[in-house]
Design a protein around this ligand. Sequence first.
Ligand SMILES: Nc1ncnc2c1ncn2[C@@H]1O[C@H](COP(=O)(O)OP(=O)(O)OP(=O)(O)O)[C@@H](O)[C@H]1O
Ligand SMILES: [Mg+2]
Length: 262
Amino acid sequence: MIRTENLEVSYSSGTRALHPCSLRFEDGAFTVLLGASGAGKSTLLRALNGLVTPTGGRVVVEGIGDLTTRRALQSHRRRTGMVFQQHQLIGRSSVLQNVLTGRLGFHSGLRTLLPPARAEKTRALEAIERVGLLDFALRRADQLSGGQQQRVGISRAIVQQPALILADEPVASLDPATADRVLSLLHGICKSDGITAIVSLHQLDFARRYSDRIVGLAQGAVVFDGPAARLGKTEVSRIYGTKPAEATDHFEPLPLKTGTYA
Ligand SMILES: Nc1ncnc2c1ncn2[C@@H]1O[C@H](COP(=O)(O)OP(=O)(O)OP(=O)(O)O)[C@@H](O)[C@H]1O
Ligand SMILES: [Mg+2]
């Protein structure tokens, strides 16, 4: 379980990207973050992995504590897989080499300079097989399609055997059919391995299809928190700042009190 306690992020530019929010992410749940551009989705995801330092509040991970010490951050990152929109693969390296980078956090100093041990390679090949790319393991990453590259990104995350996956718009640059297949793959792996997932998306239909829970952000505030079944037109317009048919003229996103829904 990972939770935020009054987590708040302001950038040095003065932008208040995240208003104090307290959210609890239960083990094994697949949470989708929705929000318009600039709503704070990436900021929240980055704060959950210590890539952004909170200006208020804290992130607490069960079994580790809060992420204020180097040691805590290191253990948390080791069990956290990241999946990015642009894959962030090394194009000229093979699929296998890319996936092996997911293991680097498990080795220190000199070991990372030596060739990977056989056990590591086996583990990486297993992770590649799970995303259906074994035949491409020795292919250069930049010779793969966008969907295949994202499957490599997923493979690199799962080779860590993570407890948590943070994915920032993992399918934003894919066509709808490929996006659906990639999300379905990510969702299936998280469910079968009991991995907690927090995934930002721009597509409402995918959010509805794959989430156990949706957290909607607007201008840095959580304005919706609940299962997809509760996400109606009014809630969608609250998240995206548009007017629903039934809304009045003026609309301001309300910073709701948030927490875990039952
Ligand atoms: N490194 C940064 N320095 C200063 N301001 C930033 C930084 N990163 C993000 N911001 C600002 O913080 C706010 C939230 O940005 P964030 O990237 O978290 O939004 P987002 O919901 O991920 O948007 P998108 O859907 O476009 O990716 C925005 O106003 C953005 O301009
Ligand atoms: Mg973003």
